[in-house]
Design a protein around this ligand. Structure first.
Ligand SMILES: Cc1ncc(COP(=O)(O)O)c(C=O)c1O
Length: 276
């Protein structure tokens, strides 16, 4: 073999244990995108051994694959479209928690859960500033009021409230404080409308290691699980990289000082130092 990626599962176990020790919240290990390329099932196994009580994926298929492989932990999937009716049915049937950002999504989840005769576990997403999915502040009251109704009829079992950071990896960025404030407002509004969420979650890796005030009930680290520092300028936070890439060296040569290397010359060799 010319090149190989070696994955140290003990590092994943240790990283999750480190993240867990740094928070009173539960840990959802984000294993989306094939465990950030480290292997979905292997990473998930190591993460649960390290203390993760939740697993997170973007797409439904990966969440279903985890359940099919025998994972009994809570699993949240957050990226699905209304066209994916068959996968939604399978996911809800497998007791996978699902993100809900709009009335269209809620109606689908409610209809599918009713058809299955199985209450759905829904995490209502408020858009606090990332402007991808998540309900806007304007649409939030309608969505939460409908969530309360669905819960009252028993067709929805869990109502969690969550959001996602834009800039948590830029310490002190004003957007982060604004997002936390908007999240708090969304929680208060939900309370006023009769919804007390079982779970509140907001923190990605960067917030997990640097913003304890944003941990709420559950943290959702991804990159940190695999040992990459989410804020490299602040150190490694005790995380150990899980992946080592190895290959045969094809060519070694001395490039003159101050020369650009490869496309766009993104790397420039250090200029020669002279002392007088
Ligand atoms: C919704 C959500 N939560 C958490 C994460 C984990 O993010 P990070 O790798 O920055 O910790 C991701 C990753 O994209 C995500 O989409």
């Amino acid at each position: 073999m010319r090149s190989e990626a070696l994955v140290d599962l003990a590092a994943i176990r240790a990283n999750v244990a480190t993240l867990r020790a740094g928070s009173s919240a539960e840990v959802m290990a984000v294993v989306k995108a094939d465990g950030y390329g480290h292997g979905l099932l292997q990473s998930a196994r190591a993460a649960t051994q390290g203390g993760a009580t939740w697993l997170g994926t973007a797409v439904l298929e990966e969440a279903i694959a985890l359940r099919d492989a025998g994972f009994t932990e809570r699993i949240l999937a957050w990226l699905w479209s209304p066209q994916e009716t068959a996968s939604l049915r399978r996911a809800l049937g497998a007791q996978i928690d699902i993100s809900v950002s709009s009335m269209t999504e809620l109606d689908l989840v409610v209809a599918t859960a009713a058809e299955l005769g199985l209450p759905a576990r829904a995490h209502f997403k408020i858009d606090t500033g990332l402007s991808r999915n998540g309900a806007t502040a304007r649409d939030w009251p309608e969505l939460i009021t409908a969530a309360a109704k669905a819960k009252a009829t028993g067709v929805i079992e869990t109502t969690a409230i969550w959001s996602h950071f834009v800039y948590a990896d830029s310490p002190g960025h004003p957007t982060t404080a604004r997002q936390i404030a908007r999240f708090q407002e969304a929680l208060e509004l939900a309370e006023n409308l009769g919804v007390t969420p079982e779970l509140r979650h907001l923190a990605n890796s960067a917030a997990s290691v640097s913003l304890p005030g944003a941990h709420f009930d559950l943290i959702r680290p991804g990159v940190a699980v695999y040992g990459l520092s989410p804020i490299p300028e602040q150190g490694d936070f005790g995380l150990v990289p899980a992946m080592t890439l190895r290959t045969h060296l094809a060519n070694a040569k001395r490039v003159p000082a101050g020369e650009g290397v490869s496309y766009g010359h993104q790397y420039v060799t250090t200029p020669t130092r002279t002392w007088r």
